[in-house]
Design a binder for this molecule. Structure first.
Ligand SMILES: O=C1C[C@@](O)(C(=O)O)C[C@@H](O)[C@@H]1O
Length: 235
C-alpha cells in the first residue's frame, strides 16, 4: 500500500463504505470517534481496505490513555486492515509519558509482522512551520513508518506554499510522505500535494462529518485530484 496515491474516506461509521466505494481507494476508520469500534471492525464486510486510526487526545483526537493501543492491536489482526496510524511523538519517545514509546513501537512491530503498513503522523493545530522544519519533520516521520504524514494549520497562503514546497523536497530526497494543510487557506493543498508526491488524502463522505478543518467532500477531492492529473484537451 502507498506505492501510489491513496484517497481515503475518513469516517467513524464503517457503514459509509458502500457510499465511499465509488470515489475512495480505502477507508480511514477513526476508531477514537466511533461507537463500538471493535464491533464495527468485526462485522465489516466492505470491499475497501481500512486504515485504522485511534487518535490520541494529546494529538487532537478523542482516545484517552494507553488502552488505545489494545484496540489498535486487535484491529491490525483483521484481514480488512491494511494500515495503522501511529503518532510520531509516541514512536520517537518525545511524548512525556515513557510508556507511549514502548506501546507504539510494539504496535509497529506487530503491524509489520501482520503485513500492515504504518503511517507515522504529526499534526500541528496552530501553525505551519518554515519549509526546512517541515522537511525535517517529514524525514523523521518517514523514517519511523512506511509513510510519514504531516498535517499543519494554514492561516495564510504562504503556509500552503510552504507545505507544497516541503512535500516536493521530502519526496525528491526519497522520503515517502503524506501531506496536507488544515484550515481554509490551505484547503487546496489537499488537491495539489499529491502532484508533488503526497501518498494519502483524507476526505469525509458526508461533509457534515469532516474529521479535520478544511477537508473537501470525498467526491470533490477525487474530482479535483483526477482533474489535475488528466492534463488538457491535447493530452
Ligand atoms: O491525520 C489525518 C489527517 C486529517 O487530520 C486531515 O487533515 O485530513 C484527518 C484525520 O482523520 C487523519 O487521521
Amino acid at each position: 500500500m502507498f506505492e501510489e496515491f491513496v484517497l481515503t474516506a475518513s469516517t467513524a461509521d464503517l457503514s459509509e463504505e458502500s457510499a465511499a466505494r465509488e470515489h475512495a481507494d480505502a477507508v480511514e476508520f477513526r476508531m477514537d470517534l466511533a461507537s463500538d469500534p471493535l464491533d464495527q471492525l468485526a462485522s465489516y464486510d466492505g470491499e475497501l481496505p481500512l486504515v485504522v486510526t485511534n487518535r490520541a487526545s494529546w494529538e487532537g483526537g478523542e482516545a484517552e490513555g494507553l488502552g488505545r493501543y489494545d484496540a489498535l492491536s486487535d484491529a491490525i489482526g483483521r484481514e480488512s486492515v491494511a494500515a495503522v496510524d501511529v503518532e510520531l511523538a509516541a514512536l520517537r519517545g518525545t511524548h512525556p509519558e515513557p510508556a507511549e514509546a514502548s506501546h507504539a513501537t510494539a504496535l509497529r512491530d506487530a503491524a509489520r509482522e501482520a503485513g500492515v503498513a504504518v503511517v507515522a503522523s504529526v499534526h500541528d493545530f496552530e501553525s505551519t512551520p518554515e519549509p526546512a522544519a517541515l522537511v525535517d519533520l517529514l524525514a523523521d516521520a518517514a523514517s519511523e513508518g512506511d509513510v510519514g504524514k504531516l498535517a499543519t494549520t494554514a492561516t495564510a497562503p504562504a503556509d500552503a506554499l510552504a507545505m507544497i514546497e516541503a512535500t516536493h523536497e521530502a519526496t525528491a530526497a526519497g522520503h515517502r510522505v503524506a501531506t496536507m494543510c488544515m484550515g481554509e487557506p490551505g484547503r487546496h493543498t489537499r488537491a495539489v500535494t499529491p502532484l508533488y508526491g503526497s501518498r494519502i488524502g483524507y476526505a469525509p463522505v458526508d461533509p457534515a462529518n469532516a474529521t479535520a478543518p478544511g477537508q473537501y467532500p470525498l467526491a470533490t477531492l477525487r474530482e479535483l485530484i483526477d482533474g489535475l492529473r488528466e492534463g488538457g484537451a491535447d493530452a
